[in-house]
Design a binder for this molecule. Sequence first.
Ligand code: IPM
Ligand code: MN
Length: 359
Amino acid sequence: MNLKIAVLPGDGIGPEVILQAKKALYAVGVVYEHDFLFEEALIGAIAIDKTGSALPEQTLNLCLNTDAVLLGAIGDPKYGTDAAANVRPEDGLLKLRKELGLFINIRPLKPFKGLLNVSPLKREIVEGVDFVIYRELTAGIYFGEKKLNEAETVASDLCEYTEEEISRITHLAFQSAQRRRKKVTLVDMANVLESSRLWRKVVKKISLEYSDVELDFLFANNAAKQIVRNPKQFDVVLTGNLFGDILSDEASVITGSIGVLPSVSLGENKVLFEPVHGSYPHAKGRNIANPFASILSVAMLLDHFGLKKEARKVLAGVEKAIEYNVVTIDLNPDSKFGTNEVGEFVSNFILNKDDLMYF
Ligand code: IPM
Ligand code: MN
């Protein structure tokens, strides 16, 4: 298969973890005879530094003309979070999502067997968890009108959803549930927010078309508790942009580290893969960032394009690294292995090298 992939390493640890993801893809290409063509482009703080824009035209054009986008991370503390900032790294990612029409972000949560003891949660809570978060990605409070009065004493962000924006992700969530354990949990704040009440109405109506799928509702505050208290109840968690962002970071506690969570964002015809974690500026350049989330994003990419055995091989490489304890310090504080060594182990596994470097 020929695939042209836009690679956007971004900021912080982004370039380091993306390098390992590229190595895994390269290894898959060699072993299974695929042509993966990578083209790199700037986004985020590094793009602001070099071009003045968080999403340069060239980057957007590249992404519009490739089969897939592979993204590292966005964000740099030197661009503060104060009102005065007129360019923000995060705006690059938000604009990219909007321009590519990536209205849904899918984040699977399934702990690795070898990492059950890494989670701070009790083993009986974590073992057997298997759910997926369907987060709406191009609307809601992230994209509503923002206002700040002249005196900078009053500010607002509008949380707006249309029936169409709710319904397109809802259908995909129900279809996913049909392939899984047939349950959708809508997370909202319908006791307080008008936009949430619209979500409920639209989701309830659509649920009638999927009579084999059970529909459950949770207020976001309760969902935040249930995710660490009884996460096994979830199959497909359907929610808006902001709640989805917050709950997916929280859910990473189940797997032991946010460094193992991949994601895919989908639209009508575009697709983007990225780790759930952020740019982790403190770890930049220190060879300590966990590359698994990026490498597993590559497995999702392969799976998306129907390359099932290739995807399984990448996943098996990560499982093998965990089995041999070739992991970064977020998973094992005593580890002597860093980003490079862990990534190298996985790509060597994919290449079927017998002399697995460290053993
Ligand atoms: C994510 C990130 C982004 C988000 C930021 C960087 C804008 O946290 O992809 O989860 O909030 O969507
Ligand atoms: Mn996030």
